[in-house]
Design a protein around this ligand. Sequence first.
Ligand code: GLN
Length: 452
Amino acid sequence: MITLKEALTLPAEALKEIRDDLKKEIAAKKELGAYVEQLTNQPIGEYGEGIPIALKDNIQVKGWGVTSGSNILQGYVAPYNATVVDNMLRHGLAPFGRTNMDEFAMGSSTESSFYGKTLNPHNPKCVPGGSSGGSAAAVAAGIAIAALGSDTGGSIRQPAAFCGCVGLKPTYGKVSRYGLGAYSSSLDQIGPITQNVEDAAILYDIIAGHEPKDSTSAAMAHESVADKLNPDRKMTIAVIENYLNEASPEVREKMLEGIKALQSAGHTIVYRNFINSKYDIATYYVIATAEASANLSRYDGVRYGNRHNSDSLKEMFIQSRSLGFGEEVKRRILLGTFVLSSGYYDAYYIKAQRARHFIKAQYEAIFQEADLIFMPVTPTAAFEFGSKADPLEMYLSDIYTISLNLAGLPGISVPLGKNQEGLPIGGQLIGQAYGEQALLDGALSLERALGL
Ligand code: GLN
């Protein structure tokens, strides 16, 4: 598959050929389940001219269906473009197909989608990760030049690691959430999933920037990073030693190779510790579910999608929500409603907000001494379908990705190699708020030093 950088140099006829080939390839790899529908069903005419980019099914394209992988949104057609889509169109990129995801971006395996599962291109018995599993599988299988995903607690970085792609979660507010199906508004962020670090920088430059329609969008001019990428800049990189030690042997082995590569590229490695990651999980699942319970209250069966007609409005509301949402989504709405209820608000929600400040302070302390942080993306390589039936076990697969969202910081997942079964393993670099330039410089240097 050609890279985004190469595609940007191609004339219109060559791009048309690439789009036609892609459609054939996608049809041939249908069993992978990376896209939620056959592209021929889509009214792509208006968008058909640019470089094709795959979009997660929670990013709106005017006139297209968009369902966040849920039954409750079947039949819903987006009335306007997400800001990222308008930005893409302005730069000669075009939306090309909706990719599969965990319902409402809640999950780590893409097993909870209304459309069924997506397979890991490296091993069909294994999950592609989630919730942006369709986007990562499409890039890894060579049926997308690049894709967009969203990351609330790891949903770009974790599937990128499981599929062997690069996944960038930008600083909170750098990429507008306007037109993104909301899960947890203070954590959600759109970002690129690509074949390499340079493409991630290029796509990030295209989608980033201030959006006046979005009050959470950072009010600053975007400074391009791709044209200034410098893999030769020497940095101090803090390795989180306790995370390294507690990861599985296969992840530790690849992380140690990553550390060696960073050293050989001239970076200085220092070792630091984080508090127990179990506090990150507890904090995240209180805040994320609280926000989700508020965000998802709009799917009431009256204004959105999938109506269950009944004479009584109340009946319609109950029917629509109980039939329209899947198990995991319902569990989280219940949990979120519980932690926000009077009597429990102080004990859970307020406490989680305090813990969130503490987690942020912990990052700030390390950034007093280091330019970047390096740690695993996941405790293991991709797991098998059905192996994490207990929701709490599934939640534990995010232990290294969620603190970043709580702190609002940018992070990138870079492939470090494969385990003995041929499954990819990723390493995560973390930067300071709005420090995407240093982050991508470090990621490029790691990618080059590993020479994969
Ligand atoms: N796996 C985490 C969750 O289920 C993160 C998901 C995400 O980043 N959207 O909430």
